[in-house]
Ligand binder design. Structure first.
Ligand SMILES: Cc1cc2nc3c(=O)[nH]c(=O)nc-3n(C[C@H](O)[C@H](O)[C@H](O)COP(=O)(O)O)c2cc1C
Ligand code: SF4
Length: 601
């Protein structure tokens, strides 16, 4: 099945054993001085072991410091870094993937490239040559030029950032000169691929038609083209969860056929989607976050174990780490990202009781069972809060994580599951050596629970109360409040009242932008810096900057957040409280703590 994925393909004179590319995904696992770290290398080894056809190491800086893109970006601008590249190449060569590295110069997105002197441009072209030569001598099979995402090559390609009247105003010239320089250093038989902006998604920028013309010209120089996005909105190339799988594969289709392979990028998560794209729209597929979340994706597909794939749910935790915080990436689905540790059998087998079947409890159960403990898992609802989190519009992918655990936990005979609320006596009767409390949180209600007027967000999300054509106030504009409002706004007039200066605080920037846009499109009114001071049936009094205001409403939905919930404690048994039961946060924290406690016990 899915034979399309496993057909070999030529990139220049080399053969990729399948159609899958692990693209550059910057990890921030490198060192601040631009050298690579052991964690960095292990992260890529894990992906190479996963049988990917072509593995491209993340964006690496060709001109330091001016072209630097990220606090921990690896440097490939000088021979001082040669040993790092030789070392990683040697480690990755053990696996059967083609290996490449993305050569990147951040450029000057705001200024554009008009101000650069001819001499300076030639110097940068040479920098690309040096970087490629380092990679080539170090043992890489090829290099990739970053020609998209609004970075320097894209800035030369785009009419928005390049209106020069000299020869560099021929906008493909820079990309072509880089390719020639690399050939001069490494020979024409050393393949070079390009991540190409085939649409800027901005007025006046590269259009689909022009993207096609650019690709047609560059096929004479580059040995594979990834059809990607240019200067435009970042959320289109780091898609938040609601985007449809494979939505931008049409960009690849649009530039095909070429004499070199064309790759489709973006939100390809399931083998069905991957195979369909390969049948109709592209020669290769890019699996970025897909392989961050499950580096064994390809092996599982090849072996017919598709149900076991831990799919990227699009939680954007990795993007938050890389782009909002510029710190090491982390993954909401895969707690081994950034840890890269082996899961070994426990030295002493213990009886472990886990109370709660949300993401933390399920991950703790998985790891404890894998390590050989006798595990007893109690849950009300398999998946816990994940079930609720998957209900707002566009959040369905969260269900994938529940499905993953359902499949995964079937594997262990030493794991017993009880579909019931655990009572203290149930736990005591099992005489556990360790208890893991993963009992989540309970909604917080700071106002009187007025019947038939104040409702909990949970009941709305679960469809236990339904509204149509009503005026509704959502009290609390955290993530949950905004998402509940988003659901309600499909059929009602909604106002969000938030005490803080902004709603959805702490949410990853691009996902937040997407959510706020949806709220705006649905006409949701947002009142920030506004406090609810009194609630009576039909009337809510709020206060903003010292002034009180009456809002008439048919209902108020309480989304004021939640408080950790630990139903009982048992003396004398080591107890670990994890996830929201410890402090209310998100899927990543729960899964991560479930993993940690499972490794520790
Ligand atoms: C955390 C993170 C870091 C990324 N870093 C890079 C990078 O270094 N260079 C690059 O060209 N693209 C980078 N990307 C974009 C990915 O290569 C890929 O194009 C994008 O994530 C869409 O594909 P996916 O849905 O399969 O993840 C990054 C994406 C993420 C999520
Ligand atoms: S952090 Fe979230 S978005 Fe990123 S790879 Fe993991 S599951 Fe996907």
């Amino acid at each position: 099945m899915y034979d399309e994925i496993f057909k070999p393909i030529k990139i220049g004179g080399l053969e990729s054993k399948n159609r899958v590319i692990f693209p550059p995904v910057s990890t921030n696992f490198g060192r601040e001085d631009g050298h690579l770290s052991e964690l960095f290398i292990k992260h890529y080894e894990t992906r190479a072991k996963g049988e990917v056809g072509l593995l491209i190491v993340e964006n690496s800086c060709v001109s330091y410091p001016e072209g630097k893109h990220g606090a921990y970006e690896p440097r490939i601008d000088s021979w001082d870094f040669y040993e790092d590249w030789k070392n990683i190449a040697r480690r990755l060569q053990k696996y059967d993937s083609l290996i490449s590295v993305e050569l990147t110069h951040e450029g000057w997105k705001k200024k554009g490239v008009n101000f650069l002197s001819d001499e300076k441009i030639r110097e940068i072209v040479e920098n690309y040559g040096t970087a490629a030569e380092i990679a080539c001598k170090a043992g890489f099979d090829m290099v990739e030029v970053q020609g998209a995402h609004g970075l320097l090559v894209n800035q030369f390609l785009s009419p928005l950032t390049n209106t020069r009247d000299d020869s560099w105003g021929e906008r493909t010239k820079f990309a072509i000169e880089i390719r020639k320089e690399i050939a001069k250093r490494c020979g024409w038989d050393f393949p070079v691929t390009i991540r190409l902006a085939v649409d800027d998604f901005l007025d006046g920028g590269i259009t689909l038609d022009e993207g096609k013309r650019i690709a047609e010209e560059l096929q004479n120089y580059y040995q594979m083209i990834q059809a990607d996005i240019g200067l435009g909105p970042k959320e289109l190339r780091l898609e938040p969860m609601p985007f449809q799988q494979g939505w931008r594969a049409y960009l690849a289709e649009n530039i095909r056929p070429l004499k070199v392979p064309v790759a489709a990028v973006g939100m390809i998560r399931e083998p069905e989607v991957a195979a369909e794209i390969l049948r109709e729209k592209a020669d290769m597929i890019v699996l970025g976050r897909t392989l961050i979340a499950d580096p064994e994706w390809l092996i599982k597909v090849r072996e017919g174990r598709v149900n076991e794939i831990r799919k990227c749910i699009g939680c954007s935790e990795c993007i938050k780490a890389r782009h909002d915080e510029d710190t090491r990436i982390r993954c909401g689905a895969n707690p081994q990202v950034g840890r890269e540790i082996e899961i070994k059998n426990a030295e002493e087998k213990k009886r472990v009781v886990i109370v709660g079947g949300g993401p933390g409890g399920l991950e703790a159960a998985r790891i404890s069972a894998m390590r050989g403990h006798e595990v007893h898992l109690f849950y009300d609802e398999f998946g816990g809060t994940l079930n609720l989190a998957a209900l707002p519009p566009g959040k369905e992918k969260i269900r994938w994580l529940i499905e993953y655990y359902r499949e995964e936990l079937k594997k262990y005979d030493n794991l017993k599951m009880y579909n019931k609320k655990a009572l203290k006596n149930d736990v005591v009767a099992l005489e556990p050596d360790a208890i893991i409390m993963a009992t989540g949180s309970k909604p917080f209600l700071p106002c009187p629970p007025l019947r038939d007027f104040v409702y909990l967000y949970e009941d709305v999300l679960r469809g236990e109360v339904k509204f149509e054509g009503k005026s509704i106030v959502v009290g609390g504009g955290g993530l949950v409040g905004c998402e509940t409002a988003n659901m309600l706004a499909e059929k009602n007039k909604v106002i969000i009242v938030e005490m803080m200066p902004e709603v959805a605080q702490g949410m990853e920037t691009l996902s937040k932008k997407h959510l706020l846009k949806e709220l705006q499109e649905k006409g949701v009114k947002i009142l920030t810096n506004t406090k609810i001071v009194d609630v009576a049936r039909g009337e809510i009094i709020v206060e903003k900057e010292g002034e009180q205001m009456l809002i008439e409403a048919d209902a108020m939905i309480a989304a004021f957040g939640s408080r950790p919930f630990v139903p009982f404690r048992i003396e004398d048994v080591p107890t670990h409280i994890i996830g929201d039961a410890k402090s209310v946060r998100n899927i990543y924290s729960a899964v991560s703590e479930g993993f940690e406690v499972g490794m520790k016990i």
